[in-house]
Design a binder for this molecule. Structure first.
Ligand code: NI
Length: 145
């Protein structure tokens, strides 16, 4: 696979930016810890932008982590969340339930499938009456990046 090896070689290029932007970026790099330098942080940011672009395209196979919080005393919320997850069991890879305090629960639900389907199921769950807060993080594993 000579092409693959060639494409993984590091290529240097120069970037021009305002000095103030660079100073802020260097502080950002410093906060990432000693193991990260400018080049590594730029590579991380480029990969993140490419993955965000990729997962926005209809047809992309993705993995989504949906985190929700809810009060388990709210009427039927637990039953409804359970019913939705059983309806889409081919997409629900796993879920973790944490009892935050006497009233509140946190659930992290891992969804896998085509991006439009993942967003649809995530919206169904997040839109359930009684869910207080939700956040969806979508990623993909792509050899290109
Ligand atoms: Ni609970």
């Amino acid at each position: 696979m000579p092409n693959q090896i060639e494409s993984d070689q590091l290529v240097r290029f120069s970037v021009a930016m305002p000095e103030s932007l660079l100073m802020n970026f260097d502080e950002f790099v410093a906060r990432r810890g000693v193991a990260k330098n400018r080049s590594e942080v730029v590579r991380d940011l480029v990969r993140d932008a490419l993955i965000r672009d990729r997962v926005d395209r209809v047809g992309s196979e993705v993995v989504g982590t949906l985190t929700i919080t809810y009060n388990h005393h709210a009427s039927e919320v637990s039953e409804t969340l359970h019913r939705i997850q059983h309806s889409y069991l081919n997409m629900v890879v796993s879920s973790v339930h944490v009892h935050i305090d006497e009233d509140n629960c946190l659930e992290a639900i891992i969804l896998r499938g085509e991006v439009t389907d993942v967003r649809l199921v995530a919206d169904l769950i997040a839109g359930t009456k009684g869910v207080k807060h939700s956040g969806l993080s979508i990623t993909t594993v792509d050899q290109e990046f």
